[in-house]
Design a protein around this ligand. Structure first.
Ligand SMILES: *Cc1c(COP(=O)(O)O)cnc(C)c1O
Length: 367
């Protein structure tokens, strides 16, 4: 008898960005720059660091399983009620919780619940759905590597229960504008949960970029996901959250682990919210450096997909894995994208000015 079901047998583990220490150890080099996981080049807010240093003295105590203070602080910050918030071990956990809570695995009910995702989007949706055994409909990307929302709407059936949209999208760096998103939401039946993953929302500087929290007014089951891993620079501490109706949140709270968010993460996240200057500084640095990269890369023979995030999807016109490996030897870690269907690409995170200089010099040499 099979030890695991087919969906687990064929599941591939998530491949994270290569860690700095591992690269240095394997290649016998030092001073490696990691431009692979869309982390904040400036690091965490000093206020968050101080909060963690103080908080670690109480490391013997279990964390607050309800994230009371963090949820209250977030509720004030976002103008929602604490009952509409679910905090997770990164927004990754909230994605998994949504899938586990609301979707039935294929073969377990009268109808097989379906989830709709786009190709060329965050791979965690696919992995979470497959791990849970949910029937998943994949829609190809549209023109300019943007989501084809018409095709996604057309893929809705009476069995559809969840749709994932990253806005802006990782790894393409593209976004859906307000008019297109509103038109799409009008086509989605009320019972379908629409997950708007806004991990990079703080980086976007576009007039027509819609705020998911406002879009919630158009559809009762919009769930907005945000994270402290990106602009807030707290990826190691694993804090993300979902904003959703109190009804949906109450179900996630039944399913989640009792102490799913660590105490240091809760403290750091609260401190990060008290340091908007750090986020502004991070955004300003990113817009200047992203513009510089997008201007310089075409001169090196690299085609870029215009990005509103802190990373850029780069096409080399040759196997991306080879370019990735050559860059490793130059002390720079980027992210090969074959696993996302972009075989000739890598995703490159915007770094500090010096790191971006090094990247451009290394690419010049490698290409
Ligand atoms: C980085 C990222 C996340 C956030 O992950 P965490 O679990 O919060 O660290 C979520 N969605 C997308 C699209 C991302 O790129």
């Amino acid at each position: 008898m099979a030890l695991v079901s087919e969906n687990i047998e064929t599941l591939f583990p998530y491949v994270p960005g290569k860690p700095i220490e591992e690269t240095e150890r394997e290649l016998g080099i030092s001073g490696v720059a990691k431009l692979a996981s869309n982390e904040n080049a400036l690091g965490p807010s000093p206020k968050a660091v101080a909060a963690v240093q103080e908080g670690v003295r109480s490391a013997h105590l279990y964390p607050d399983g309800s994230c009371y203070y963090l949820k209250n602080r977030l509720a004030e910050h976002l103008d929602v009620s604490p009952e509409e918030l679910v905090v997770g071990n990164g927004s990754n956990e909230v994605i998994v919780l949504l899938v586990r809570t609301f979707l039935q695995r294929a073969g377990s009910g009268a109808v097989d619940h379906e989830a709709i995702i786009s190709d060329g989007s965050f791979i965690v949706y696919r992995l979470a759905l497959q791990a849970h055994g949910v029937k998943t409909v994949r829609v190809p990307l549209g023109a300019d590597r943007r989501f084809d929302l018409d095709a996604m709407a057309a893929a809705i059936t009476p069995a559809t229960r969840m749709i994932f949209i990253a806005n802006p999208n990782n790894p393409t760096g593209t976004y859906v504008g307000r008019a297109a998103m509103e038109a799409f939401l009008k086509k989605v039946p009320e019972e379908v949960i629409v997950v708007l993953d806004e991990a990079y929302t703080e980086y976007v500087e576009k007039e027509d970029y819609p705020d998911g929290l406002q879009l919630r007014k158009l559809h009762p089951r919009v769930v907005v996901l945000r994270t402290f891993s990106k602009i807030h620079g707290l990826a190691a501490l694993r804090v993300g959250y979902g904003v959703m109706s109190a009804e949906l949140a109450s179900y996630l709270n039944r399913v989640r682990d009792p102490f799913n968010v660590g105490a240091l993460g809760q403290l750091a996240a609260r401190a990060a919210l008290d340091d908007p200057e750090h986020a502004s500084k991070s955004r300003a640095l990113n817009s200047a450096e992203l513009a510089r990269l997008e201007a310089a890369l075409p001169g090196l023979g690299v085609t870029v997909t215009p990005s509103v995030c802190n990373f850029v999807l780069c096409d080399f016109g040759r196997e991306g894995k080879g370019v990735y490996e050559a860059l490793l030897h130059e002390g720079i870690i980027v992210r090969p994208m074959a696993g996302y269907g972009f075989t000739e690409s890598a995703r490159i995170t915007v770094g500090l000015p010096g790191e971006n200089e090094r990247l451009l010099a290394a690419l010049k040499k490698v290409l």
